[in-house]
Design a protein around this ligand. Structure first.
Ligand code: SF4
Length: 325
């Protein structure tokens, strides 16, 4: 470890002032401290925001607002989350380990950095760590990397399960900074790499995430999250699928499907959704809709298996959530 300054502001205003001076926010610390130990990240000042009052989970009308500092384990256990949005509870419970879920926060989960091994190896070329230095994964071992949303500069996957569930629920990220409050759709907040893979999100200097909000959805709502990985615990997704369906009168009225483990950001499967809306649930429909899950995929040398695995993951989760007829 190297020397750094540490401050713990008493209120949000003081935290924003410290952030505006270039301080780096930290709460659970489950990603950042590891990266600092490995010298992948070297912030000069840590601004500890863990004491700010941003940890409530609130139901307002039909909206669910989750404070950015709520712990993953607390949100997964929340009665309203479990009953109304099982896709969120499942995505959280399939993440990391129990110990990490007890520490890690919702805002930190969205901002966690990629698990690309080359990103964490400071001797390897990595455009995300140092823009313009190259990408060791392109010609290296890229079995776990992305097949969707990639660029010639970066092919790293976004590691969050929660973000996939929230993308399927059209969640909004609420931000607070020197210029006031604003809300951004999660799918717009997390950025594809393009030519600037070091820029991963739409946070402006000094801004912090205050909450994530799930908007009203037509009822009844069925949802669920499936994660496929090399081992059944404490592992990142090879593929995952978040499925949210509104079915009445035997017809799918609304469908939202998102994939994880395969893309540089949580990936909405709009081609799959289009095939579902207006159709009647059936075995044939699940297979036919899931066949579009990997549209546009660009496999690398070691991860071509992900395109077929993604289709099967989506098909299985459509069947689980939508039911068999
Ligand atoms: Fe870096 Fe992205 Fe290439 Fe991994 S895939 S080495 S994170 S540029």
């Amino acid at each position: 470890m190297y020397p750094f300054a540490y401050t713990k502001p008493a209120d949000t205003g003081a935290a924003l002032a410290a952030g505006a001076r270039g301080g780096r926010y930290i709460a659970g610390g489950t990603t950042l401290v590891d990266l600092m130990r490995e010298t992948v990240e070297r912030p000069g000042t840590l601004v500890d925001i863990s004491g700010l009052p941003l940890d409530d989970v609130r139901v307002t009308g039909d909206r669910l607002r989750i404070g950015a500092l709520a712990r993953m384990s607390d949100v997964a256990a929340h009665a309203r989350v479990r009953s109304a949005y099982p896709v969120v509870a499942q995505a959280l419970e399939l993440s990391a380990s129990a110990q990490l879920r007890n520490m890690a926060t919702i805002g930190g989960n969205l901002l966690q950095r990629t698990r690309c091994t080359y990103f964490r190896d400071v001797t390897a070329a990595c455009n995300k760590r140092q823009r313009g230095s190259g990408c060791a994964a392109l010609e290296g071992f890229n079995r776990s990397h992305a097949v969707l949303g990639t660029s010639d500069a970066c092919v790293a996957t976004h590691p969050s399960d929660l973000a996939v569930a929230l993308a399927a629920l059209d969640a909004t990220v609420h931000l607070l900074g020197p210029d006031g409050e604003r809300g951004v759709a999660l799918t717009a907040f997390l950025l594809r790499p393009g030519d600037t893979p070091d820029r991963e999100h739409d946070l402006r200097p000094g801004e912090l995430i205050t909450a994530v909000e799930i908007p009203p959805h037509p009822q009844p709502l069925r949802s669920g999250y499936l994660k496929v990985r090399d081992r059944q615990s404490y592992e990142f997704a090879l593929t995952s699928a978040a499925v949210v369906l509104h079915i009445t009168g035997g017809v799918i009225r609304a469908a939202r499907v998102a994939a994880g483990g395969v893309a540089t950001v949580p990936w909405r499967l709009t081609a799959v959704e289009r095939r579902l809306v207006g159709a009647r649930p059936s075995e044939r429909l699940w297979t036919e809709a899931a066949s579009a899950a990997a549209d546009g995929a660009r496999p690398l040398r070691h991860n071509a298996f992900k395109t077929e695995l993604l289709k099967r993951t989506v098909e299985r989760q459509l069947r689980t959530v939508g039911g068999s007829r």
